[in-house]
Design a protein around this ligand. Sequence first.
Ligand code: M6R
Length: 636
Amino acid sequence: MCGIVAVIGSREAAPLLLEGLRQLEYRGYDSAGLATVEATPAGPGQLTCLRAEGKLVNLQQRYEQYPAAGHCGIGHTRWATHGKPEERNAHPHLDGTGQLAVVQNGIIENHRSLREQLQASGVVFLSDTDTEVIPHLISQCLARLRSSGRAASGSLLLEAVQQVLPELHGAYALAVVWGETPGALVVARRQAPLLIGLGEGEFLCASDTPALAGFTRTILPMEDGEVALLTPLGIELHDALGNRVQRTPSLLTGTEHVADKRSFRHFMHKEIHEQPETAALWVARHLPPPSDAPGSPSLVALPLPAKVFEGVEQIQILACGTSRHASLVGAYLLEQLAGIPTSVFHASEFRYAPPPLAPHTLTIGVTQSGETADTLAALVMEEERRGLIADPAYAARLLGITNRAESSLGRLVPHLLDIGAGIEVGVAATKTFLGQLLTFYGLALAFAERRSSRSPAQLQDLVSGLRALPAQLKELVEEHDRRCAELAHLFADTQDVIFLGRGINYPIALEGALKLKEISYIHAEGYPAGEMKHGPIALLDSRVPVVSIAMPGRVFEKVLSNAQEAKARDAQLIGVAPEGPDTALFDVLLPVPAVDELLSPLLTVIPMQLLSYHIAAHRGLDVDQPRNLAKSVTVE
Ligand code: M6R
């Protein structure tokens, strides 16, 4: 939530900042801003700050009118938390002299008391944000340090930031520039991501890799609590205690860090179309070629040590949003295929009402971005409360599932499954949902094989089904892209849609409803089809379409009966089901091939995504950057 970027080196900073922000705009687009410091021949430099409400394009236009010069600068793209999305609340925020600027991603939880304290000392605030306390605190600290005769320097700025950070409660990543020091900037992080990119004689620091990928491949992810002074000559890195830290940078590999829309109108559309490739990559990486040789490799190759699987008596999964929906499918598989009792929690609920501790529990944190504050905090809490118990049966066993191995989650958990879907820019998760599902199939198969909870032939059939998936997805995406584009106009005035599913497809109904809500702003509910008659059926009439997922298997007949009940209330019925006489009751059919019920969510989700996409696109909405949302939710 919010993206920050900072640069120092030999080139003009503003164009680099704007390009970095363009890559980070998925993190928030309520406003954007930048500040640069230009060196002047005599004495200190000159700080220029530009800010604009709304999307980055507005800041770009402002920059074209009022260029901000200098080789050192910071930038910000905002998702509003404290204070409305107005220009006065846009970052950077300045101190009283207008010469010290700060951008921040996170929440300063004690900002109210700090604000009162600063106001009592005469500080006048110009915004409603929590961030504005930071430049004033640093400024006051600098004034104190300088009153003892010390000259302005990068080291002095670093020292002032280090003195102020312990006063800030909460999670943050921040960057600071000072007009007095055109050759220095300071960055710091606590529980919010920040990475430094090392170029040639220049450094770029950003909240996420896409902002760095076009600049350099050599990166230094900052650890929690670290503070760094960046100058054109190098990086001075300090830990939270002020000790100098030396760390070897790492390399960004592959193209997965580069965001490119190709010929698609929206990233979401492109990412939906990338799913056959996501599946093909997953199959190639995790399903070893079939072999009859004795001692042939196991069904699924997962980069996990045997101890992750040993002695697990139950599993708890912590996640938010779409990741939670994938986890619900995962729980179904882990219970029904591998026979392990599994619970899924909203990470935000788990934090404040965790279940009583049970022994031999595997805790899985699922987050596409690897940065969702609630999911990370729930994992930390679980580790801490288990750490208080002496009995090793209660020891924390943490596993992460993410699309961003280099994220905070990657550094938090000892074991990680990287879904490897490549960068996803559209705020609505699509290909990463498929990647998460596939990861759960792999995990459940690995457990089932080790526990012999299903016969080898049954497991092998599922593996064969997974191998067929890329080709099936390719056909399905192309077909439903066409069909859903044709259908979209039917929803021009729709205000409510109900999505029904049962069993393993109930989470897909939830996901279908979430996709529609977040990008088309149509009210939608996902419901277990059998629950409709216990209340929600009262909502139905001819103006409320019902999307019903009816796949052959354990609950096929039941779902069809539930669909009939909706039809009897005049609802327009859209079926996600195989073609055939059983499914003739649907007014509109989005056909899906009749695969093994256990594999069906991998297919049924495709029409859900495309229907939402085309409805939103038909309404002319901003599909990739829906109102009020951000791609990674790094605040509680
Ligand atoms: O990065 P995460 O997977 O932890 O994000 C969790 C949710 O914020 C996310 O899935 C959100 O619901 C998406 N916008 C769904 O499309």
